[in-house]
Design a protein around this ligand. Structure first.
Ligand SMILES: C[S@@+](CC[C@H](N)C(=O)[O-])C[C@H]1O[C@@H](n2cnc3c(N)ncnc32)[C@H](O)[C@@H]1O
Length: 263
């Protein structure tokens, strides 16, 4: 990774850590503050990326122990630099693929909370199924999972609107969109996904229904759901159900808390 990209990535991750108003995270942070008391808990930040949210959780939740896992070595390297810079002790970052290298037995039933912030839409469905099966094993009986992601029909789900400047561009014919992204392509930090084309191709086109299809067979049910919608910006439409057609196209992010279903 070149020095310029490293510095840019560090600045991005640091802003995710320190700012409560960082545009794509302020809703998540407010929701987490409202619904989680992490004091003294053991927490997993799965797909922690460059660690900004992990450090925020560690500092704001006063959790006794937080682990940030990611399959991407570049992201973990930046997360560790940020941890050292801010001298946050209660966090451990690790590069690990839990589908091939599950956490050792001492972690069984040990995590009170697992966070997946902007992660589930990046993972192929069969792998996501394996990951949720692993969560079932490592979560405490009353443990909870926080999931946030932009559902596929949402305006920014393509993850490339910053270059196309066109919300919902994922619905353009595939060839046209790919051509467009290739022309505007940019190098990004990932070890696996190192440019915008790879990042776009890595998306699994996740919808709420599809996610439920994956998590329910693993015994998880929704305890909380917030469909964060652009409808809130239009006072006369604010009271409408954001999940019905065609308003569901205005949901910018789904935020969920999943719990193990009591049978
Ligand atoms: C958009 S980033 C989100 C990072 C971080 N959660 C945040 O909010 O800043 C998605 C992350 O998921 C990670 N990821 C993708 N597949 C994964 C897998 N199978 N196991 C662990 N992490 C994964 C990627 O490497 C990437 O860092």
């Amino acid at each position: 990774m070149n020095q310029e990209l490293l510095a840019k990535s560090m600045a991005y991750a640091e802003n995710n850590f320190l700012s409560n108003t960082a545009r794509h995270l302020h809703v998540d942070k407010a929701f987490i503050k409202q619904h989680f008391n992490l004091k003294g808990k053991r927490v997993l930040d799965f797909g922690c990326g460059m660690g900004g949210m992990t450090l925020w959780l560690a500092q704001n939740g006063s959790c006794c122990e937080i682990m940030g896992l990611d399959i991407d070595g570049h992201h973990i390297a930046i997360a560790n630099q940020l941890k050292s810079k801010h001298k946050i002790e209660n966090v451990q970052f690790e590069k690990r693929d839990i589908t091939t290298h599950p956490l050792p037995p001492q972690y069984e039933g040990s995590f009170d909370a697992i966070f997946l912030n902007d992660v589930v839409e990046h993972i192929p469905y069969p792998i996501l199924e394996k990951i949720f099966a692993e969560f079932k094993r490592i979560l405490t009986p009353k443990g909870r999972i926080f999931v946030s992601y932009p559902p596929w029909q949402s305006p920014y789900a393509s993850h490339v609107v910053r270059v196309t400047k066109l919300p919902w561009c994922q619905f353009l014919p595939e060839g046209i969109l790919l051509n467009w992204i290739e022309k505007k392509n940019q190098v990004i930090t990932g070890e696996h996904e190192s440019d915008l084309v790879a990042a776009y191709k890595g998306l699994n086109r996740l919808t709420h229904e599809q996610l439920m299809h994956i998590v329910r067979p693993q015994g998880f049910a929704i305890a909380q759901r917030l469909s964060h919608s652009l409808l809130r910006k239009l006072p006369i439409l604010r009271g409408l159900n954001p999940n019905i057609f065609p308003f569901h196209f205005l949901i910018s992010k789904e935020l969920l808390i999943l719990e193990k279903q009591v049978l």
